[in-house]
Design a binder for this molecule. Sequence first.
Ligand code: ADP
Length: 422
Amino acid sequence: LHMRPQSLLNKLIRSNLVNTTNQVEVLQRDPTSPLYSVKSFEELRLKPQLLQGVYAMGFNRPSKIQETALPMMLAEPPQNLIAQSQSGTGKTAAFVLAMLSHVDPENKWPQCLCVSPTYELALQTGKVIEQMGKFYPEVQLVYAIRGNKLERGTKLQEQVVIGTPGTVLDWCQKLKFIDPRKIKVFVLDEADVMIATQGHQDQSIRIQRMLPKTCQMLLFSATFEDTVWNFAKRIVPDPNIIKLKREEETLDTIKQYYVICNSKEEKFQALCNIYGAITIAQAMIFCHTRKTAGWLAGELSREGHQVALLSGEMQVEQRAAVIERFRDGKEKVLVTTNVCARGIDVEQVSVVINFDLPVDKDGNPDNETYLHRIGRTGRFGKRGLAINMVDSRFSMNILDRIQEHFNKKIEKLDTDDLDEIE
Ligand code: ADP
């Protein structure tokens, strides 16, 4: 099993649309049919109530992935879709719009069913449905999540159901609150997070099997490994496929430094020396182990600095809360481990400290992590600063190899004389 909590974290903390200049890759089920893409929401001929909802949410025009995904999802007859793009690119808004467009408000039974991997995500997506449907009050929503207990024999009148797989399955099968044969649109969100949770994959497949052949199947994921892909193909027959690559990261706008120390304690001292300079902006500090991260956060607190600690032993929701506070600027410094923060997008960080340099399990430089951690996407990236702490010949060698790999000079920094870093 691949754990993908990062996708979940990114989703929980995302508040803005991610900009991208990359083009979507499209694989059509029927390659001879014309490929439509729209540049405005008007072109989609949405119900006026929904268009009003879209504009009330502050959306002016479709995001990159929505340009292609929306016409496909709204086409007649309905088309199935598998779509992959990083968190924040507009997938949720797209499928919510598709669900609401396909509802017949006269019919008082569930017609659209969306499953999310966690309770929190179901709530979050439910909120988007409520917001977008604000001017369409005939359409009602119900949450199929733990804690929502209905009387036996209930037949749901709400047209849209959002929930987690276990509860949704119960409501369809055991409790019969939902008649799955009447579902017209089925959405499976955050497929990568879904399959990382024991049992969810099975439950999702069992739900899918109860749906009619004519039901539109839509699946979304932030990442696409083989395991996700295999699962997607079982959920979505005859799919159209849309992928949107992440923006490439570069080191071009980053100033890179290193500091020579002799021990963990000296690294801490060096860090204290530059602390004032780095907290002008927001900083992330990476350590190799949980133990070091915990120790460092403790030492910094003892010095009177207010820092946040993000660690692998925390629950996903706890981690999301920490990142959210940091993103909102409640703490200026976040201490974390190499593993824990991999793949997490915190855009406004402009200072990165490698308290330990990133190495892979064989002790070789982990260039990819180094780049992802300090790199910025070319067009939108602000200038940034990276400081690497070197405490042995071993780590000096790692630094040299990173420098060579990217062919970008990493300058020596004297932390007793800080005029160099502006
Ligand atoms: P994803 O599901 O890919 O993570 P979301 O649909 O949650 O992305 O969108 C990410 C953020 O961008 C949300 O805050 C959402 O309200 C906003 N958003 C989505 N579509 C648009 C759009 N077309 N224009 C402006 N903002 C958008």
